[in-house]
Design a binder for this molecule. Structure first.
Ligand SMILES: Cc1cc2nc3c(=O)[nH]c(=O)nc-3n(C[C@H](O)[C@H](O)[C@H](O)COP(=O)(O)OP(=O)(O)OC[C@H]3O[C@@H](n4cnc5c(N)ncnc54)[C@H](O)[C@@H]3O)c2cc1C
Length: 440
């Protein structure tokens, strides 16, 4: 069994862990740092934004946090003061990585290739001599806190002497790693950063610590709707509809909806899944989705407009979708749900049928039957409770222990907000560790 000693160990080689290690090295090159990664380094980053990497968003700033982060907005507001999207764009610029801005403030890599950023980070890790340990961290023991195992470590620091002089001569954490070859390795460190992402088993890893964890549940997923699966609506998009879920009628979202072969997706649905992540989880992924297909006019005005338009045309009702931004197949579906025969002339439609159609256009309800099972959840809500942390991402109760990225109870809606939360928390943590050396 091997033993290795580090100044900082980071568990998790995702965007948060990697960015934290690079920021730390930039500030204090003499630190001995390692990243423990059980899978593929930066795997999610490689797949982010459909492979194009939506790396941040122009709205990821202090004043907007509440609007874009269903969980963690207050905490992020503090951290954004020190590092928001502008800082990350500067980092990319300084490193020769070009970006472009798309709709809703989304920032993508100019190359449309997430691998560009992955390669840049991997090069930096190599140049900065950050060790990578291929294996799974299976336990963390706080050696210094309970005096169970205070390790006297006589590590000889070459470049580091200046900063090590006054440091206590022991490592605070013992980390056990199972390598890919099934070997057990013990690592020891002064500072420890948990950057294990969303779907990780943090409660096991942190079982020696008394830390409040918020249940991790999926966020940002499409819905299955049995009724839609029976109709041929797949591929239809309606821009700028307003939708909400029954659990949370005040939380309305104005975005595009996309019909899939067995349900609905698109920005509207992904955002609603984020704002209602816990309600959906508690209700076993069932509930009622409400959609207003024509939000720009109220119900009364739409009724008057439809009555006038139907009256003024000799066409059959099935061909009238061009009057409103409703695609033909969806129009047919709505007529069917209103029990209106698409083959009759519009002039022949009675008032109560028009009223039914207006009701459906303004408040069309769909029964969610599940979350789409073919989709991979993009992020997880939940994780380390933010109550446990200082604004440096260090645990209040456990000095020198940090948590960053998706491991925290922070998640954003789609559009680059989640990666920005990783960059921001990673940066704050790196600054805090750096400051300790400065102060000592
Ligand atoms: C397909 C996809 C596309 C996405 N696209 C975007 C996008 O375009 N824009 C955006 O803002 N967000 C996007 N996201 C979300 C974004 O990728 C995540 O928010 C981000 O990756 C979180 O970074 P992280 O480092 O905290 O966690 P992760 O990226 O999850 O990294 C954590 C790492 O820790 C490792 N790990 C976990 N437990 C252990 C252990 N015990 N020992 C060792 N290693 C461990 C994991 O293997 C993993 O590599 C996307 C997510 C997915 C899945």
């Amino acid at each position: 069994m091997g033993k290795y000693f580090y100044d900082v160990i980071i568990i998790g080689g995702g965007p948060a862990g990697v960015f934290c290690s690079i920021q730390l090295k930039q500030k204090r090159s003499e630190l001995k740092i390692c990243i423990v990664e059980k899978g593929k380094m930066l795997d999610k980053l490689r797949r982010s934004g459909g492979g194009r990497c939506n790396c941040t968003n122009l709205y990821a700033v202090v004043d907007n946090a509440k609007k874009y982060y269903p969980r963690g907005a207050e905490f992020l507001k503090h951290l954004f003061k020190g590092y928001d999207y502008k800082n990350f764009l500067n980092y990319l610029k300084e490193n020769g990585i070009k970006t472009k801005i798309e709709e809703s403030g989304k920032v993508f890599l100019y190359s449309n290739d997430a691998n560009e950023l992955v390669k840049h980070f991997i090069n930096r890790i190599n140049e900065d001599c950050i060790d990578i340990i291929d294996g799974e961290c299976i336990s963390i023991l706080p050696t210094g806190f309970d005096e169970r195992e205070i390790l006297l470590v006589n590590t000889k620091k070459t470049k580091n002497e200046k900063y090590q002089k006054d440091e206590p001569n022991y490592k605070k954490f013992k980390i056990q790693v199972k390598t890919k070859e099934n070997e057990l390795v013990d690592l020891f460190s002064t500072d420890l950063v948990i950057a294990t992402g969303g779907a990780s088993n943090i409660s096991n890893l942190l079982s020696y610590f008394e830390i409040e964890l918020v249940k991790q549940v999926p966020s940002l997923f499409p819905f299955q709707i049995k009724e839609i699966a029976k109709f041929n609506l797949a591929g239809i998009t309606v821009e700028k509809v307003i939708g909400y879920l029954e659990f949370n009628p005040e939380k309305k979202v104005n975005e595009a909806i996309l019909f899939t072969k067995d349900g609905v997706s698109g920005p509207l649905i992904l955002q609603l899944s984020a704002w209602n992540a816990y309600e959906l989880f508690e209700n076993n992924y069932s509930g009622i989705l409400h959609v207003d297909f024509i939000p720009e006019v109220d119900e009364q005005t739409l009724y008057l407009n439809l009555t006038r338009d139907f009256h003024n045309t000799g066409k059959i009702i099935g061909n009238l979708n061009f009057l409103y931004p409703i695609p033909e197949r969806l129009w047919g579906y709505l007529l069917k749900r209103s029990n209106i025969n698409p083959a009759i002339k519009a002039t022949g439609i009675d008032k109560s049928s028009i009223k039914d159609l207006v009701k459906l256009l303004k408040n069309c309800t769909f029964e969610i039957s599940n979350k789409a099972n073919h989709s991979e959840e993009f992020v997880h809500a939940g994780g380390v409770s933010l109550k446990e942390l200082k604004y440096t991402c260090e645990f209040k109760k456990y000095p020198s222990l940090y948590a960053i990225g998706e491991a925290l109870n922070i998640d954003g809606i789609t559009g680059g907000f989640n990666l920005q939360a990783s960059w921001t928390t990673a940066y704050s943590c790196a600054c805090a560790i750096d400051k300790k050396y400065e102060d000592s």
